[in-house]
Design a protein around this ligand. Structure first.
Ligand code: ADP
Length: 244
């Protein structure tokens, strides 16, 4: 967590979400508090409710019961960047700024600032099809940041990428997190990734958060160090025990 910050940014109080038509309980009585500037990861098997938590916080869905408090300034990063193919890199970022009420001048300023942050300023006139998967996702991150959100929500943002590109994007994300002090909530299906990046991990099973584990490893973290592997093993055991 960024130093000195301990205010609550997001809170879920006994939140449930039921999809009546599908007769699916996506979340059952989930309570969670995420601090300002915290990097929090949700992990757990497919269908356990991870994305539902993100969608509720983003305001894309309403809870069936319980209370959610989160800032209005929330941005979501999707799996493969979700860029509009007919717009250039620059337009993909600036149109979201304009849609959020920024002036043309401010939108251009924000676009330049955040494309620079992900080292893609030189690619601004390219189209998504002319970018690698990793570059597309970097544009997706720049676009999410350009509207100055307080919270960044990431739904398995790297799952379609190869391991080397994923390593590179982890570095970008950590750099951005450290530079901007944003609160980050990320869904991952890779425990290694969650341990590498986060302050705390919420381990989910069947619509519930079963455990919250604090990762007390110093940063920058080395995923080959003894301490890292030991922590990973501990978290893995917790996950396996609840799945057995
Ligand atoms: P995860 O992100 O962990 O894979 P989700 O949050 O996407 O899980 O889904 C949790 C549960 O809610 C699943 O059983 C899923 O089928 C159900 N669900 C999610 N979205 C909808 C929807 N729009 N309509 C009906 N059921 C849904």
């Amino acid at each position: 967590m960024q130093k000195g910050l301990s205010l609550t940014e997001i809170s879920l109080n006994q939140v449930s979400k039921v999809y009546k038509e599908a007769k699916a309980t996506a979340l059952a009585d989930v309570s969670l508090e995420i601090k300002q500037g915290e990097f929090f990861c949700l992990v757990g098997p497919s269908g356990c409710g991870k994305s539902t938590i993100l969608r509720l916080i983003a305001g894309l869905e309403k809870p069936s019961a319980g209370e959610i408090k989160s800032p209005e300034e929330v941005s979501m990063v999707f799996q493969s960047g979700a860029l509009l193919p007919w717009m250039s890199v620059e337009e993909n970022v600036s149109f979201v700024c304009k849609a959020n009420g920024f002036s043309t001048f401010k939108s251009e300023e924000q676009t330049t600032k955040y494309l620079r942050m992900v080292d893609l300023e030189g690619f601004r006139y390219r189209y998504p099809r002319e970018l690698s998967g990793g570059q597309r996702q970097r544009v997706g991150i720049a676009r999410a940041l350009a509207v100055e959100p307080k919270v960044l929500l990431l739904d398995e943002p790297f799952s379609a990428l190869d391991p080397l590109t994923t390593d590179e994007l982890h570095k970008y994300l950590l750099k951005i997190w450290e530079e901007t002090g944003k609160t980050i909530l990320m869904v991952s299906h890779l425990l290694e990734e969650a341990v590498l990046l986060s302050d705390r991990i919420g381990i989910m099973k069947k619509s519930e958060i079963k455990h919250i584990v604090a990762i007390d490893l110093k940063r920058p973290r080395n995923d080959e160090s003894k301490e890292f592997l030991k922590t990973l093993e501990t978290v893995k055991k917790i996950l396996e025990n609840q799945n057995s």
